[in-house]
Every structure is written in structure tokens, then in C-alpha cells.
Design a binder for this molecule. Structure first.
Ligand code: PLP
Length: 495
């Protein structure tokens, strides 16, 4: 049976999976959601004998029903290969009373690789299925992390090109170096004289510009987006939660049917939503624990039922979670609003006009499986130090937000359910903050010296992602004015 996707803002707008992947966003700012989530047709006993790639197929065949078996297996096997530094792709490590699900073994050592490794293949197959002959041009504005993960994912994928814009003076030296040394022949990176919002606005304007899109179409190009609301990013994230359960079962840590808790350090709400979708597919879950840093909009929402973005934006040591509008939450709200797109649209209008909305008590009741928690900067640093001292295990700042929130939850609730914590980045991605927590003396070292010291202390080899940029050649030197982004894209495309 074909699974249909529908816009959260307009129930009459539908798409097949391949169409939703190509479009990214639905009309009127809506997000595509599946009409329902099919149940797994394999038991967890069967899944526990499968590889990551095989489980990925079992999940994706149910969600992407207009893809053939051959197409899906091509996408999966192209994505989850030696780019990952471990054949198990997403290992579990037990420390401090919980299982850390390490999602940082891909090319850019952060969890966004889990989805951005496969999205380019899903997109090119979708283009072929829909008879699109144009080359797909991905446009991305980045505040640091997404840019490199998207570049790495799309690099040298036939039928695609990618252009990334970042604020010239608004990313860390390591983040900038990761991007400007990207070798893929179809990649283009430019710093802009402006901030992240300027980059984002410039990209959005290009997507909306009909004249530009018609012009590019005439030259054989079509713009597309790789951002985290694309279902081509969401569905691949369901896989590792199901995989983690299968591994726990295989290792005798749980019995089939036992419920687990899942703790997720959350920003845009994509990762935790994927865990929720996995539960609708049959993953037994007790509680979803949504962990925030000082930007605790989501904690307040789950506690009070009011989502309110009118507050100060706080820069923290977990920058990928410094977000006040969690876009993917819209999909959960749609579900608890009984999939009523009018009701949902009116809440989202409140959000854009007043900066806040309030859900009804009966909607809030449906969120019983969710708990919000938050960790302060001091708690994050303490957590990194504590786990390192107790166990010699080093976690990154984002993962530490989740670990600290879990410690507090466990102490308050007494809940001793087996728990999986999504570990979303390698400590080597945020070396400076991590080292400040475990070895304050090292603060005067440069970023690579810090990495060397971290390797010595943790006994974990420096990942390739860091090692390869140490002496890498700078390839992308373009800096453009924020007004000239369109011209810059045209000259990159040679048209
Ligand atoms: C993007 C990111 C997050 C937040 O994930 P969402 O899906 O946006 O909630 C957490 N940690 C790291 C390291 C990230 O890069």
C-alpha cells in the first residue's frame, strides 16, 4: 500500500515520498507528514540478527513506499559504508548508568551525518523517478555544522551540486577550515559579509525567486534544500533507535517487549521526533526525555503547554541546540491536534505573529510520554568532568546536556528503566569546551594541541575529520557581499 504524505498546514496537499523529498517543504510553510506510520513487519528477535543496513531497509521500505527494493538498497549501501569509522555504524557504549548511542562515527563526526549521508542518494533517485532531468543544486546557509555535513554528503554525488554560504566572521576557525578545505568537485563554499540571518535570508530569497528558478531551469538546474525538515532526513534517523533496541536485545540487556527511555539533546526537534516516529512503528518506549540547554523553550513547553519564543537568545557551549524555534515540533503538534491542519495553522500563526501559542489541556494529555529537562552551562561542564573521572569516557557538550538532564530525571523520578542517550557529536568537534571541563590548565593551547591532549587523556584516536584539516589546502576562497549571493551562485554554475 502506498504511504501518502500530507502538509501540516493544508490537508489537501499531498505527495508521494519521492515528491516530498524533492520539495523539502510543503506549500504555505507546511511540513510533510505521513498519513500514518506503518508497523514493523519483522520481530525484534529477527531485527537483532540484522546489520545496520538491513534494519535501515526494513524501516525505509515502510516509509518510502514508492521506492523499489533495488533503489532503497542502492541508497542505503552508498550511504552507510566505509565513510563510517566502524562497521556497526552506530555503536552503544555503557557509562554512568545509561547506554550512549554514538551517532558521530560518520564523516563530519556529528549525528547530522546519519541522515546527510543518505539524503543525496534519496534525492537523485527521487529526481529520476519523477523524470527530472535537471541537475539538483543544493543551497545551504549554515551557522557552522550543517554546512560541512551537507558538503560531505553531496560531495561528488553524480547529478548534484552544492553551494554553502556561511557568515565570514561568524563561525569557529575549525568549522571554517572544515568547509573551505572541502575537496568535492561539485562543491562551492562562500563566506558572506553579514551574519547567519543574512545568509539564511539570501538563500530563502533565491528559493522564492520565480524568475531565477525559471532561468536556472532553462540552463538545466533545479534548486533544492537539505535542511532538517526534509522527510529524507527524518526517516533515516528513525533507523538508529530501532537498531539500538535490537542491539540491546542481542546483548541480553533487555527482553523483547521491554520498554526503554530515550534521552535526546534537542534543538530543532528532528532527532527526538524520529525517536517518537520509531515508537509508532513498534519500538517499545517508556519516556522520551527532551533535553535543552539554557535556551529552554522546549522544557517550558512540555512543563506548561505554552510555547513562547519571546525571550533572550543565549549563546552556549552546545551551539547546535541554541534555537528558539524548533521547526519539527510542528509535526508533533499536528499529531496531537488530531491531524487537523486548520487547528495547526492557527497555532503556527500565533507563533509567527505573537511569538507564542498555547495548546489545550486535552492536547497536553497526549504528550504524557514526553518529559522536558534542561541543563545549565555549569551542569554541562560538571557532567563532562564527572563521567571522565569516573569512567575515562569523554562526551561532547551536546551529549552532556542530555546526560545531565537524565541524571536529574532519574534522581527525581526513581525510574530505572534501561535508557539510551543519543550521543550527537564527537568530543573532538567541541574540543575547547570539552577540554575546559576536564583539563582547565590546557586553556592556552591552540585547537590542534587541544585535540592532541584530548587524545592522550581519553585514549581515543583523533578522528580523520580533525586530522585531515590540520594541514589541508584551502580550496574555497570566495567572499561575497550578502547582496551578491544570486550572482555568486550563477557564476558557480557557469551560467
Ligand atoms: C543538530 C544537533 C543537535 C540538535 O538536533 P535536532 O534534531 O535539531 O534536535 C544536537 N546535537 C548536535 C551535535 C547537533 O549537531
Amino acid at each position: 500500500m502506498e504511504l501518502i504524505y500530507r502538509s501540516t498546514r493544508n490537508n489537501n496537499e499531498t505527495a508521494k515520498a519521492s515528491e516530498a523529498i524533492l520539495k523539502g517543504l510543503a506549500g504555505e510553510g507546511g511540513l510533510f507528514v505521513p498519513d500514518f506510520i506503518p508497523e514493523l513487519d519483522k520481530s525484534f528477535e529477527e531485527l537483532s540478527k540484522m546489520t545496520y543496513q538491513e534494519i535501515a531497509y526494513e524501516v525505509m521500505k515502510l516509509m518510502f513506499t514508492d521506492f523499489t527494493e533495488e533503489e532503497l538498497k542502492y541508497c542505503i549501501n552508498s550511504a552507510y559504508d566505509e565513510k563510517f569509522d566502524t562497521p556497526v555504524i552506530a555503536p552503544l557504549a555503557y557509562h554512568n548508568g545509561a547506554f550512549f548511542l554514538e551517532l558521530f562515527h560518520g564523516k563530519t563526526i556529528a549525528f547530522k551525518d546519519m541522515a546527510l549521508s543518505i539524503l543525496p542518494y534519496l534525492m537523485t533517485v527521487s529526481a529520476k523517478k519523477n523524470n527530472i532531468k535537471n541537475e539538483i543544486v543544493i543551497l545551504t546557509a549554515t551557522s557552522g555544522d550543517t554546512g560541512k555535513a551537507a558538503l560531505a554528503g553531496f560531495a561528488d554525488v553524480p547529478g548534484t551540486r552544492i553551494a554553502v554560504f556561511y557568515p565570514k566572521n561568524g563561525v569557529s576557525p575549525i568549522q571554517e577550515k572544515q568547509m573551505v578545505t572541502e575537496k568535492g568537485k561539485n562543491t562551492f563554499v562562500a563566506g558572506i559579509t553579514g551574519n547567519f540571518d543574512d545568509a539564511q535570508t539570501g538563500v530563502k530569497n533565491m528559493f522564492k525567486d520565480e524568475a531565477l528558478n525559471a532561468y536556472l531551469n532553462g540552463k538545466g538546474f533545479q534548486l533544492s534544500s537539505a535542511n532538517s525538515i526534509n522527510i529524507g532526513r527524518l526517516v533515516p534517523q528513525m533507523v538508529y533507535y530501532i537498531y539500538s533496541y535490537a542491539q540491546l536485545l542481542k546483548d541480553g540487556k533487555i527482553s523483547a517487549g521491554d520498554k526503554i527511555n530515550i534521552v535526546v539533546p534537542t534543538g530543532n526537534f528532528g532527532n527526538i521526533l524520529a525517536a517518537y516516529y520509531a515508537s509508532l512503528m513498534g519500538l517499545p518506549v517508556n519516556k522520551f526525555i527532551c533535553a535543552s540547554n539554557d535556551n529552554k523553550v522546549l522544557y517550558d513547553f512540555f512543563t506548561t503547554g505554552t510555547y513562547d519564543r519571546n525571550r533572550e537568545f543565549i549563546l552556549t557551549t552546545s551551539p547546535s541546540m541554541d534555537i528558539l524555534i524548533s521547526s519539527n515540533l510542528e509535526r508533533l503538534i499536528y499529531k496531537i491536534a488530531d491531524c487537523d491542519s486548520d487547528k495547526l495553522s492557527s497555532l503556527m500563526n500565533d507563533l509567527s505573529q505573537k511569538g507564542k501559542y498555547e495548546i489545550t489541556p486535552s492536547m497536553k494529555e497526549k504528550l504524557d510520554m514526553f518529559r522536558g529537562g534542561f541543563a545549565t552551562e555549569a551542569e554541562v561542564a560538571d557532567e563532562i568532568g564527572k563521567i571522565y573521572k569516573e569512567d575515562g569516557y569523554v562526551i561532547d557538550t551536546h551529549t552532556a546536556v542530555a546526560a545531565a538532564v537524565y541524571d536529574k530525571y532519574k534522581a527525581e523520578s526513581g525510574d530505572d528503566t534501561v535508557t539510551v542517550i543519543a550521543s550527537t557529536a564527537s568530543p573532538y568537534k567541541f574540543t575547547r569546551s570539552v577540554m575546559a571541563a576536564i583539563d582547565p590548565e590546557s586553556k592556552d593551547m591552540d585547537d590542534f594541541e587541544l585535540a592532541d591532549k584530548l587524545s592522550m587523556l581519553s585514549g581515543v584516536r583523533i578522528p580523520n575529520a580533525v586530522e585531515e584539516i590540520r594541514n589541508a589546502e584551502i580550496i574555497h576562497k570566495t567572499v561575497c557581499d550578502k547582496e551578491d549571493m544570486e550572482q555568486t551562485v550563477k557564476s558557480f554554475l557557469g551560467c
